[in-house]
Design a protein around this ligand. Structure first.
Ligand code: SF4
Length: 361
């Protein structure tokens, strides 16, 4: 309903919020109401491992456990860990000397590791192994004196961490619009790397434009955009052409969640919105909508998706079909600092790490 502007002040009479069934009755659609649920969705192996690392640290060392930056980019995960005794900080300087600090899944630069050592902090490095892989590539190509074009979002923690491995060799390319600004020392000795959670299509467009400028630009030894990001984008590409509306569960600072909204729109969804929680879903989104696509970013616990599905059922979208485009079962070991403690304590409950997922690409 659209409110009417009036020129004289009127008493505000609260409008009763319509029930989901009233909304459904007032909004006829062509065909049955249904949900197409993307799979894979939600937690990836790196996120699962990082969250378990904080939980295990709290269990074995007791609170407080400090965490530098959000362990993963999800509001619900962070507040749940805070309630258990985790304290999230932006920098090592906020951690009392000698205390325990966990580095987030997004990774840290060598300067951050050094500052923790200077303060005598005990550390657990929960950097995702697939981010560490990109760090190693950066170190290796810097050692060989390449100019490294790091495609990624300036200011994102992962990009800061990777760029910090070889700041004198790395320049950040924010996307296709940044290509013209790139300057290199020797066009014959240039390689591109990338953030792990970008849009696959946009990154390939950036690379295409970079190769127009630098025809001998080298590709990374293996894909830097990780399997989880790729799989979630493939899944939503499959659903979007059939969806009037796509709801992505994920936080605003979650790069891969935000990319899923963009990909849904690019691939044919008539509308797409990101929500942290089911109560952010707006009834106006359902007007004329027969098919709703649902997915979630790689840092989102499944419970939040189930909340959205319950809400959708209330609005008449009770018919849920899961569309599976890849199977995932990769496992990552817990951080080595924690493995030793768990072993000494006889805790084998997470010997390998999280639920895990297997790359399908
Ligand atoms: S999204 Fe990819 S890189 Fe990031 S934590 Fe998950 S698996 Fe690792």
């Amino acid at each position: 309903m659209i409110s009417t502007a009036v020129s004289v002040p009127m008493p505000i009479v609260p409008r009763r919020r319509r029930t989901p069934s009233e909304v459904a009755a007032a909004s006829p659609v062509d065909g049955p109401r249904r949900v197409l649920l993307a799979a894979p969705r939600g937690y990836c192996a790196g996120v699962d491992r990082a969250v378990i690392a904080v939980e295990k640290a709290l269990e074995h060392y007791g609170p407080p456990v400090y965490v530098r930056k959000q362990i993963v980019h999800n509001v619900h995960v962070v507040s749940t860990l805070e309630a258990k005794g985790a304290i999230f900080v932006d920098e090592n300087e906020e951690v009392p000397e000698g205390a325990l600090v966990v580095f987030s899944a997004h990774g840290v630069s060598p300067a951050v590791v050094a500052s923790a050592a200077d303060r005598g902090l005990r550390t657990i490095d929960a950097t995702c192994p697939l981010v560490t892989k990109v760090h190693r590539e950066a170190v290796r190509f810097a050692k060989d004196d390449f100019d490294i074009l790091l495609i990624g979002h300036e200011g994102h923690e992962e990009v800061e961490g990777t760029a910090g491995e070889a700041p004198e060799h790395i320049q950040i390319v924010n996307g296709p619009h940044d290509v013209d600004k790139v300057q290199v020392r020797d066009p014959e000795k240039v390689i591109w790397l990338s953030q792990t959670t970008l849009s696959v299509d946009e990154t390939m467009e950036t690379v295409r434009l970079l190769k127009e400028r630098f025809p001998t630009l080298q590709d990374p030894p293996s894909d830097d955009i990780c399997y989880a990001t790729t799989n979630r984008q493939v899944a939503i590409k499959n659903i979007s052409p059939r969806a009037d509306l796509v709801i992505v569960v994920g936080s605003a600072n979650s790069s891969n969640s935000v990319r899923l909204v963009e990909v849904a729109l690019e691939y044919g969804a008539l509308a797409s919105y990101r929500v942290d929680f089911a109560n952010e879903v707006d009834e106006r989104w359902f007007e004329g909508v027969a098919t709703v696509g649902v997915t979630s970013g790689a840092s989102v616990p499944e419970i939040l998706v189930q909340d959205v599905l319950r809400l959708l059922a209330d609005y008449g979208y009770a018919d849920v079909e899961e569309i599976v485009t890849a199977e995932e079962d990769l496992l990552f070991s817990l951080p080595k600092e924690l493995r030793a403690t768990l072993k000494a304590a006889g805790d084998t409950s997470h010997a390998l790490g999280g639920r895990g997922t297997r790359p399908s690409n």
